[in-house]
Write a protein that binds this ligand. Structure first.
Ligand code: 5AD
Ligand code: SF4
Length: 423
């Protein structure tokens, strides 16, 4: 979501005649687009602001947008007095106000909803992978999560707006469409006639566009994985056989305290149905270890579910107490050293699962999407349908690399694959 928001902000500034620079010392405006989901990310923002302050031109404007802006509000100005702007994730379209009035301090952390989508200029050229946000915010209110506070209640964009943005992205270069939302499969939009549109309708619509070759969506909540969506994996070949559906914990007891009140059997049943619909599907998850009250036994249940589902491409985090969340007030917080030990154990296992999956891909041919050349310029980086990175030798004839290519995987390790074009 932040990558998408940053593109929109950059496009808006380009429309005002600005261009990008990698050098802080050359910039006229420096914007940190921030994530507040864990404390470490928030801390990094403030140390980066300190560095930027010292390196920037005296006249340059600098500030923060996104979830840390929303969380800190006017405190950010207290911490860094010469900061120029603090704009929440739903008010960054107000940024031009600071360009027009650089001596003022600009603070806006309102949850305005969907205004920003319409007020910002469209990108003239889309990246190959286009992110299309279809909903914002989240109504699930997991007890550890700051997102319902920073991004607000769940709102779905109109079906027509989502389709319009998808067509625009396809017409300007997108080959892969990634529908985005904090609770993406909870997308629900009822039009004036009372017709209800769901994520499955959007996928069907995107698949009709000839130049769109791959479709995915992230991030999904288990109980919103309804049968119409599961069926899409059986009927829509452009939908990639890869799904991020975080479980967070394998303990029923911890899930309940996380306010994720689905039965583990329901979660595993959805995965069973998905595998019937699409036998080659792979699942990725996010995990939190060391949630308040998590016992050794609870943690072992997380290890067991990882083993049972055989996740690929997953992320695990130490629980981080966040302001405005219920879990931060729970009294049975887990000591840091236990969290670290559990994280190391789970991480090692998830890496092992990834390595096994990658090695199992050797000698298989997959249709992959070009990301670009690597740093040396000698190789090309492609993405497999499972989001693995695949490194391919540049062809000697200097012909332009195909955007989509059939690639036979020749070698694999934990982090990436190597492959060659299938002639
Ligand atoms: N502590 C640790 N991880 C968190 N996440 C969300 N909130 C927290 C927190 N307080 C993780 C969840 C989520 C991912 C985006 O970040 O696993 O799926
Ligand atoms: Fe946060 Fe995801 Fe839970 Fe929503 S479903 S509250 S975004 S962790």
């Amino acid at each position: 979501m932040n990558v998408y928001d940053s593109w929109r902000i950059a496009t808006m500034l380009e429309h005002r005649g600005m261009s990008r620079t990698d050098k802080v010392s050359e910039a006229d405006i420096i914007i940190l687009n921030t994530c507040a989901v864990r404390a470490k990310a928030t801390d990094k923002v403030f140390s980066a602001l300190g560095r930027i302050r010292r390196a920037k031109k005296p006249s340059a404007l600098f500030g923060i947008v996104g979830c840390v802006a929303r969380e800190s509000g006017s405190n950010a100005f207290r911490r860094i007095p010469d900061l120029n702007f603090v704009l929440g994730p739903q008010s960054y379209h107000k940024l031009p106000q600071i360009l027009d009035n650089p001596d003022a301090k600009l603070l806006n952390i309102d949850l305005g909803g969907l205004e920003k989508f319409d007020e910002l200029p469209q990108m003239e050229k889309s990246p190959t992978v286009a992110y299309i946000p279809i909903q914002e915010g989240c109504d699930h209110v997991c007890t550890y999560c700051i997102v319902p506070y920073t991004r607000g209640r769940e709102i779905s964009r109109s079906f027509n707006d989502c389709v319009r943005d998808t067509i625009h992205a396809a017409n300007t270069g997108a080959v892969e469409i990634c529908f985005l939302g904090q609770n993406v499969n909870g997308y629900k939009y009822t039009d004036e006639t009372g017709h209800l549109y769901k994520l499955s309708d959007l996928i069907r619509e995107a698949a009709k566009i000839e130049s769109v070759k791959r479709i995915r969506f992230t991030s999904s909540y288990p109980t919103e994985m309804t049968d119409d969506l599961i069926d899409m994996f059986a009927t829509e070949p452009k939908l990639l056989p890869f799904l991020n559906m975080p479980i967070q914990s394998g303990s029923q007891n911890v899930l309940k305290r996380m306010n994720r009140p689905y039965a583990l059997e329901l979660y595993t049943d959805i995965i069973r149905k998905l595998r019937i619909a699409r036998p080659d599907i792979q699942i990725s998850s996010d995990f939190i270890v060391g949630f308040p009250g998590e016992s050794d036994e609870d943690f072992e249940q997380t290890m067991q579910i990882a083993e049972q589902i055989k996740y690929i491409n997953s992320y695990s985090f130490k629980y981080s107490p966040r302001p405005h969340t219920a879990a931060a007030l729970m009294t049975d917080q887990i000591p840091e050293n236990i969290k670290a030990k559990r994280l190391a154990k789970l991480d090692t296992y998830l890496n092992e699962l990834q390595r096994e999956f990658n090695i199992g891909c050797v000698n298989k041919t997959m249709q992959c999407l070009l990301e670009g050349p690597d740093k040396t310029g000698k190789h090309l980086i492609y993405r497999t349908p499972y989001m693995q990175q695949c490194i391919v030798e540049q062809t000697s004839d200097n012909a332009p690399a195909p955007i989509l290519a059939d690639i036979c995987i020749t070698a694999a390790n934990k982090a990436s694959l190597r492959g060659k074009f299938v002639k």
